[in-house]
Design a binder for this molecule. Structure first.
Ligand code: ADP
Length: 571
């Protein structure tokens, strides 16, 4: 289901990006084409203006020549009726200027002299001749010169003071020759007459054709791109298939100039740019898809990782709970082990007062029989003391064996040390250990658990006794000091010192083997290596610290515990 959805969302993404890529390519191509057309139009106008100027300038030369020749002295003379022909003058001028013909006529248009022989004046020149006959400069063009040749003509009047127009000088410009200079040039240029017929062009296939009218000889399809017209046409191999038409009216020479600017380069450029933009967009799309895929992949990996972390956390929590349980079991096991060690000494300790009680009781009986009530009373008092002592030992033992799980609270440190000494008294006495302990005058209250703290102390005292087993001097020194919110209990012995102080708090680290005494029985059990590691955990749980180190005389242990805060009102 998810895969299906993933696959379809992936397909949708591909489709969207594909569409965007196409749109980008089309938009870039189109705008590039429109921009290109605009620039092309401007360039085309400039090219056309240049071509029109060139033609105008060329024609202008002939116009000026006609006016100049009209005031030539020989021509003026001939105009006044001199019989000497001016043909040689006209011929020289025609040769030098490559004119089609130059001729002198009467004001009515009868030919007097001509550079090249001509029978009739072309019909199209008649209006210009008539105009010149009235004293103005006549100009015009036609395709009926001689053998239907194209010619542009200027007819200048020969005007003499007080005589008026005495003759006309006409110059026929050879359009074929003018065209020859720029035939085949780019762009395709043409000049139209007032009938929209191509009169001059640098593309010979256009000559004589009618353009720009519904009934034109050359058909074209008009297209508009962003307000710019361009034509699709098929007018021959040398005329562009799609062209931008530009025009310019040339009233001075009576023609309208037009140019066909090839649109193909703009289209090719637009296609290239569209292609380039398309490739870029496609690359971008691929990049987007790659990023999306990568994100998706990372999200999957992340989810997997989270699941693994969750599983691992669960495992750790379970392991932690198991560890806590094992620790609690170990605490209990350690206590039972200490209890085992104590039981031997305790039975001896309890046995002694029991025997003494028996003895005192018998004696008391005897004293009572003898009527010595005072002596009997003394014995009963001693029996009572012994019973009290036995009760105390048993009470401590019971408390010690109980599994204490209450939170830390205010405990009397000195009472706990007394309890621990009580519990180990028989052992210490049996081994001949002297205890050097002077409790401070005032009670010291610390944060802890009564039974657990007693367990720590019993462990330290028992370890000291174990260490001093074979030493000639057996002295256990206990000191309690308080400073800056901390109570420090120091337990020192005169044993051989700690073998490896760095490892003593490791669980199951023990250097104690079972040691047989002289009588062959075992004097103490092999160590479990748990006493100090359990003590370490307990002291830490009270917010304190336990340390073990060697001193000159043997080993020393310090237990630091936070003092129970004294309420401000009691200060
Ligand atoms: P156990 O008493 O069962 O060996 P403990 O954790 O109480 O376990 O003690 C670990 C070890 O620390 C002992 O085996 C001993 O090597 C060393 N140790 C503890 N107390 C003393 C001491 N007072 N003097 C020398 N070594 C000691």
């Amino acid at each position: 289901m998810i895969w299906r959805r993933l696959a379809s969302s992936r397909f949708a993404l591909w489709a969207i990006l594909g569409v965007i890529t196409c749109l980008v390519a089309v938009a870039v191509g189109r705008s590039s084409f429109i921009l290109g057309l605009d620039q092309l139009q401007q360039r085309g106008r400039a090219d056309l203006a240049l071509a029109a100027d060139r033609l105008s300038a060329q024609l202008q030369r002939y116009q000026e020549l006609s006016v100049l020749l009209a005031s030539h002295p020989q021509i003026e003379n001939r105009s006044l009726g001199a019989s000497q022909s001016v043909r040689s003058v006209l011929l020289r001028a025609a040769d030098k200027t490559a004119a089609l013909n130059i001729m002198l006529m009467t004001p009515k248009g009868r030919i007097l002299d001509a550079a090249f022989a001509i029978t009739d004046l072309p019909k199209s020149a008649q209006p210009s001749v008539a105009r010149a006959g009235q004293g103005a400069l006549g100009k015009g063009f036609g395709t009926d010169y001689g053998d239907n040749q194209r010619a542009y003509y200027f007819v200048a009047p020969v005007i003499l003071p007080e005589r008026g127009v005495v003759a006309l000088l006409a110059i026929f410009v050879d359009i074929d020759r003018l065209e020859g200079d720029w035939r085949g040039d780019r762009p395709a240029i043409y000049f139209l007459d007032d009938q929209s017929r191509v009169f001059i062009s640098n593309r010979s296939e256009l000559l004589g054709a009618r353009l720009h009218s519904a009934a034109g000889d050359l058909p074209y399809d008009n297209h508009v791109a962003n307000g710019v017209d361009y034509w699709r046409l098929d007018w021959g191999p040398y005329v562009p298939k799609s062209a931008l038409p530009v025009f310019k009216d040339l009233p001075t020479i009576g023609l309208r100039a037009g140019a066909l600017i090839d649109v193909a380069p703009v289209r090719v450029l637009a296609l290239w740019q569209a292609g380039f933009a398309g490739v870029l967009a496609a690359m971008f799309s691929v990049l987007v898809i790659w990023a999306v895929e990568r994100r998706r992949h990372l999200a999957i990996l992340n989810a997997q990782l989270e699941a693994r972390v969750r599983d691992r956390t669960q495992d750790l929590q379970t392991a932690n709970a198991q560890l806590k349980k094992a620790q609690a079991d170990l605490v209990q096991a350690g206590k039972l082990s200490a209890l085992g060690q104590l039981s031997a000494g305790l039975s001896h300790e309890l046995n002694q007062p029991l025997m003494a009680i028996e003895q005192f009781a018998q004696n008391a009986q005897t004293f009572l029989h003898k009527g010595q009530a005072d002596a009997a009373d003394g014995n009963l008092k001693r029996i009572s003391d012994l019973a009290l002592r036995m009760g105390r030992i048993i009470k401590n033992l019971r408390a010690f064996a109980r599994n204490e799980a209450e939170p830390s609270s205010k405990v009397d440190l000195l009472r706990i040390i007394d309890q621990a000494l009580d519990l180990t008294q028989s052992r210490l006495t049996r081994d001949g250990v002297t205890v050097d302990y002077t409790p401070p005058p005032d009670a010291v209250y610390v944060r802890g658990g009564e039974v657990r703290l007693a367990q720590v102390m019993v462990n330290l005292f028992s370890n000291a006794a174990d260490a001093m087993q074979d030493m000639p001097l057996k002295s256990l020194e206990i000191a309690v000091e308080t400073s800056a919110g901390t109570a420090t209990i120091t337990v020192q012995d005169t044993g051989p010192g700690i073998k490896d102080p760095d490892r003593i708090f490791d669980p199951f680290y023990s250097t104690k083997d079972a040691v047989p005494d002289q009588a062959g029985s075992v004097s103490h059990d092999p160590g479990m290596g748990l006493g100090l590691s359990i003590s370490y955990g307990l002291v830490q749980s009270f917010g304190g610290k336990i340390r073990g180190f060697n001193i000159q005389t043997g080993a020393a242990f310090t237990v630091e515990l936070p003092l129970w805060p004294i309420p401000p009102s009691a200060q």
